[in-house]
Design a binder for this molecule. Structure first.
Ligand code: S3P
Length: 171
């Protein structure tokens, strides 16, 4: 089995979908942000504040190399900027969770942990800038993805089923 990499904008639901997918498949799962927090023993927010975004991006690069060389049969959920890794396609099949910006914001705001979800994401602090980032990234997400799934107002379970079906021919 090839790795499956979930990419997409902050708050689109990559983590929830990954957790759902492992219930219905043989895959194990990891999250690139979790790996970074673990090796640094620090939250992403604190890494951005103390060490800066460039430091964080270098850590993402290190994680990407490790994934390519050492990780197999795994479902990998990623931070919203991880798709820029040059070796992304060598890691596995790339699946984009796609949704309009407004729907993503709505999803975050309607979540029971909305405040926490907004707070932990430094790049969502300024919503105007976040929208600009979304507009800049969306065509790049679409260009790199092997599979695109529109997750708008769908349950994690439905998204999970749709992805597992669509990736069959790649894995
Ligand atoms: C980022 C997304 C975050 C996290 C970091 C940077 C981004 O992950 O990696 O704050 O550049 O879009 P989520 O997509 O899980 O929020």
């Amino acid at each position: 089995m090839k790795n499956i990499i979930l990419i997409g904008f902050m708050g689109v639901g990559k983590g929830s979908v990954a957790r759902e997918m492992i219930k219905h498949s043989e895959y194990m799962a990891i999250d690139t942000d979790d790996v970074i927090e673990s090796i640094q023993n620090k939250k992403i927010k604190a890494i951005f504040e103390d060490d800066g975004e460039k430091y964080f991006r270098d850590l993402e690069k290190k994680v990407a190399k490790w994934l390519q060389n050492s990780v197999k049969n795994t479902l990998i959920s990623t931070g919203g900027g991880f798709y820029k890794q040059k070796n992304l396609k060598k890691i596995g099949v790339v699946v984009l969770l796609d949704s309009p910006f407004d729907e993503i914001l709505k999803r975050i705001k309607e979540h029971p942990n909305a405040v926490k979800k907004l707070k932990k994401r430094p790049l969502l602090a300024d919503l105007k800038k976040a929208k600009e980032l979304y507009d800049e990234r969306r065509p790049e997400y679409l260009a790199i993805a092997d599979v695109v799934v529109d997750v708008t107002r769908k349950s994690a379970e439905d998204c999970s089923k749709e992805i597992l079906k669509k990736v069959e021919k790649y894995v």
